[in-house]
Design a protein around this ligand. Structure first.
Ligand code: SAH
Ligand code: SF4
Length: 417
């Protein structure tokens, strides 16, 4: 674990009660941006044009000050600076794993209902030819999947669309992934010259997965608004084919998501019968497997080119028998699917162990022979607790000493490397 940014203690003790912080425009949708411009007196007939200008500065170039906006009049720039910022979520810590995975603990601006500033986590996973950003949709999660660390977190609220997009902006800043080559440097971002591990692709964030903290379909509208910003071809330009929403199976929202947002879909299946899934993913009691798979079969746009990913976490002695591998294949017959076998990522106090590597390989063999290319997802960033299901922030965060213990113990287990 390499800690390259210390908690910003100054910001957390600065009183803000007397002068409420200026709101940020970074992360807003087109509609919200137009409303913010109207609020400072930009005339109706200019709103579309002005919002378009700001859009490109914010989402193509990633600027963080209004002064850089050279095609915006001086008066408007002054008015924008007087009323707004282009701030991102505040970085509490930035950790870089030995495998190049980065995890940010981010502090959000508190809302009126927040007792204190909520914290969330965002993870960046570089590979040779792609870079995946794993973003959060809620602070914590109201569901209590028994193998997931996030589910044990008490503090829960939905993220705003702006807070969801803010994670992408922040990551682009830190990775130096803005279209203008020098923009990253202005943000003080890590770059390959500094020895940071980044993919060889032109863009460093090529894929976005909603697999961080929270159940995205319980925050439908905000997640949808954020995805529209992320996918906007005149802005962040991450194609919807490269955005994946992962859900524990909120059946009534699945079809609606496909129709309205049309991203790729991943389903956290993890069991092949209702008895076991009821235990592992308790929302199954409300939306059992048959109903879930029916929603998948009718997912809008589903085809061999646009398959659903089924996630299956490998829990030793719980769901990893070869009979279950065969049941999994039978269950998914007829659905254009990919299967992701995820080695269980342990966390302190977790009631499960990761399946033995040999067993994962035998399980994968059955799945592969049935025609699914199902690469076992190598756990990434385990040493910094950045892997699936390890995310947890705020009140019950681990002590640094506990984290250090895990950093030395975890990578060998179940990773096969
Ligand atoms: N709430 C959504 C998205 C976030 S969880 C969902 O459940 O799909 C992202 C993925 O990580 C899910 O497939 C989840 O089941 C998996 N996961 C959770 N805890 C895990 C753990 N400890 N080890 C491995 N995968 C885990
Ligand atoms: Fe929530 Fe997903 Fe974790 Fe379940 S696995 S508790 S739905 S974040």
């Amino acid at each position: 674990m390499v800690l390259i940014a210390e908690p910003n203690l100054v910001a957390s003790v600065t009183p803000t009660a007397l002068s409420p912080p200026k709101p940020s425009l970074a992360g807003l949708s087109r509609g919200a941006l137009r409303a913010a411009l109207a609020a400072i007196g930009v005339p109706e007939r200019r709103l579309r044009m002005r919002a378009g200008q700001l859009w490109s500065w914010i989402y193509v170039r990633g600027v963080t000050d209004f002064e850089s906006m050279t095609d915006v009049s001086k008066e408007l720039r002054a008015s924008l600076s007087a009323n707004y910022t282009l701030g991102r979520p505040e970085i509490v810590t930035e950790q870089v794993s030995v495998d190049g995975t980065r995890k940010w603990l981010l502090r959000l601006t508190p809302q009126a209902s927040d007792a204190k500033a909520p914290e969330i986590e965002t993870v960046y996973i570089p590979e040779a030819d792609r870079g995946t950003l794993c973003i959060s949709s809620q602070v914590g999660c109201t569901l209590n999947c028994t193998f997931c660390h996030t589910g044990t977190q008490r503090l829960v609220r939905n993220l705003t669309a702006q807070e969801i997009v803010g994670q992408i902006l922040l990551a682009r800043d830190r990775i130096g992934d803005w279209v203008l080559p020098k923009a990253g440097k202005e943000h003080g971002a890590a770059s390959p010259e500094d020895g940071a591990f980044l993919p060889g692709s032109e863009r460093k964030i090529t894929n976005i997965v909603l697999m961080g903290m929270g159940e995205p379909l319980y925050n439908f509208e905000n997640v949808k608004e954020a995805i529209e910003v992320a996918a906007d071809g005149e802005g962040l330009s991450v194609s919807k084919r490269r955005i994946t929403l992962s859900t524990s199976g909120i059946v009534p929202e699945i079809g609606r998501w496909g129709a309205e947002a049309a991203t790729m879909l991943a389903i956290s299946l993890h069991a092949t019968n209702d008895g076991l899934r009821d235990q592992l993913v308790p929302i199954n009691r409300k939306y059992p497997i048959a109903a879930l798979l029916e929603a998948c079969r009718t997912y809008p746009g589903l085809s061999n080119a646009k398959r659903i990913t089924f996630e299956y976490v490998m829990l030793k002695g719980v769901n990893d028998s070869l009979a279950e591998a065969r049941a999994l294949v039978r269950l998914l017959a007829g659905i254009p699917a990919k299967i992701n076998l995820i080695p269980f990522n342990p966390w302190p106090g977790a009631p499960y162990e990761c399946s033995d590597w040999e067993q994962i390989e035998r399980f994968a063999d059955v799945v592969n022979k049935a025609g699914y290319a199902s690469p076992v997802r190598t756990p990434r960033g385990r040493d910094i607790q950045a892997a699936c299901g390890q995310l947890k922030s705020a009140s019950v965060r681990m002590k640094a000493s506990e984290r250090a213990g895990l950093a030395t113990a975890a990578p060998a287990e179940g990773s096969g490397s």
